[in-house]
Design a protein around this ligand. Structure first.
Ligand code: ADP
Length: 391
């Protein structure tokens, strides 16, 4: 079975072609285009390249196309990418302006170009469908809630992969199996002690999710990907009173304030150095106090969210680090886990320092809570979900 994963940006198109064998998938081709002005043209070009390179005999060999859609109005899950999905994306185009419009348009175009392929959308919010209302509702008037203003959560593909893989590594095949079928069968009953996980997805954008028996109980991101931890250049959590005050105090429009919170804030805004954590770490090592403060804020916020899940879960079995920073930055992993020995969390500094972009247990052998690094592979997650959906 051939599944094409389409990654659509407002001026970019990237793709990976997977050949699936059961839940295992191998990438047989990949490519992409930048500075795109006409998506239809580059999609056709990509398909022609796949045929020219011998990866496909014809476009009819593509069984399905998967889209990692971000946020839909009144819609989530892993669903057929039809008119309902397009309407849901358009209903929230202002909330995810960089993602929703290109996906709505891309789905339309793929429908025309590949009329016989199954098109599937996996929403980044899908993993949070079972978060209790107490953790997903904002204390806003009912009309606001009914208008869709609630905590959705993002990075769902990544945290779901962590839920499944960590259960496998913890010897809990029952939980792993429940996670695998989550979007098709819903949560399954599992017996025995609960498996309690805190998952840190730390990358260009970051989030922390609490997971019990493979089901998310809460997450740091809320209504938009603007929330939660300080992001590379986005603000993260901000008191709702600050925005109207800032427009008056700084004499700027709401649009300009939004732009600054989206483009000039977060780790970049605080450090004044870069939106890339490697540059910020180098600057901090060189004595730049603002860069050090940005790092400390990321650690503080990650610990803040993790501790709220620790209470809710009533304890912890596993801590997982994933994504660009989580996989590659031992300093940050140590800082996040510091001083938690009384909670059963002890990192092994040698294993931690040696672990770069690879799967490894980095807690000490006698640490009751296992600390694990699990490399993210969101395209594979999507290919697997599409495969499950259409099988
Ligand atoms: P995105 O969210 O855009 O997919 P990533 O998950 O790739 O981003 O994470 C990007 C972040 O990961 C950057 O801040 C970068 O500094 C950090 N990062 C990536 N590779 C490394 C590395 N080898 N060492 C330290 N940090 C890294």
């Amino acid at each position: 079975m051939h599944i094409l994963i389409a990654n659509l940006g407002s001026t970019s198109f990237k793709y990976r072609l997977y050949k699936m064998d059961g839940k295992n998938g191998a990438v047989i081709a990949s490519g992409g285009f930048e500075r795109v002005t006409n998506h239809e043209e580059v999609i056709n070009q990509a398909l022609a390249d796949l045929i020219d390179q011998g990866n496909l005999n014809s476009i009819n060999d593509i069984d399905a196309v998967g889209f990692k859609t971000v946020l839909g109005k009144d819609l989530s899950g892993c669903v057929d990418a039809d008119d309902t999905v397009i309407a849901a994306l358009e209903g929230f185009r202002e909330v995810a302006p960089a993602h929703n419009p290109p996906y709505a348009e891309g789905i339309r175009q793929f429908r025309q170009i590949l009329p016989d392929a199954r098109l599937v959308a996996l929403f980044e919010t899908a993993f949070y469908q079972w978060v209790p209302q107490a953790a997903s509702r904002y204390a806003v008037p009912k009309e606001w809630h009914d208008a869709g203003i609630r905590r959705y959560g993002f990075h769902g593909a990544s945290h779901k992969f962590v839920a499944e893989r960590s259960a496998e590594l913890m010897g809990r095949e029952d939980v792993a199996e429940s996670v695998r079928g989550l979007y098709v069968d819903g949560p399954q009953e599992v017996s025995g002690d609960p498996l309690r996980v805190v998952s840190f997805h730390l990358g260009g954008s970051s989030s922390v999710t609490g997971i019990r028996n493979g089901i998310a109980i809460g997450t740091s991101m809320g209504f938009s990907p603007q929330s939660g931890l300080p992001q590379n250049n986005r603000v993260g959590d901000l008191d709702s009173g600050a925005l109207p005050y800032a427009t008056k105090a700084l004499g700027i429009t709401m649009e300009e304030a939004e732009r600054q919170l989206t483009k000039e804030s977060g780790l970049q805004g605080v450090s004044g150095v870069s939106n890339d954590l490697r540059d910020i770490c180098n600057a901090a090592e060189g004595g730049n106090d603002d860069a050090q403060l940005a790092l400390d804020m990321l650690v503080d916020s990650a610990r803040h969210w993790a501790s709220s899940f620790l209470f809710e879960l009533g304890g912890l079995d596993t801590i997982v680090f994933t994504a660009g920073i989580g996989e590659n930055n031992p300093w940050l992993r140590t800082a996040i886990c510091a001083g938690l020995e009384n909670f059963g969390v002890t990192i092994d500094e040698e294993k931690n320092a040696a672990c770069m972009a690879s799967e490894a247990v980095i807690s000490s052998d006698n640490s009751p809570v296992k600390i694990i690094v699990i490399p993210a592979n969101e395209e594979l997650v999507l290919a697997r979900e599409v495969h499950r959906k259409i099988s």
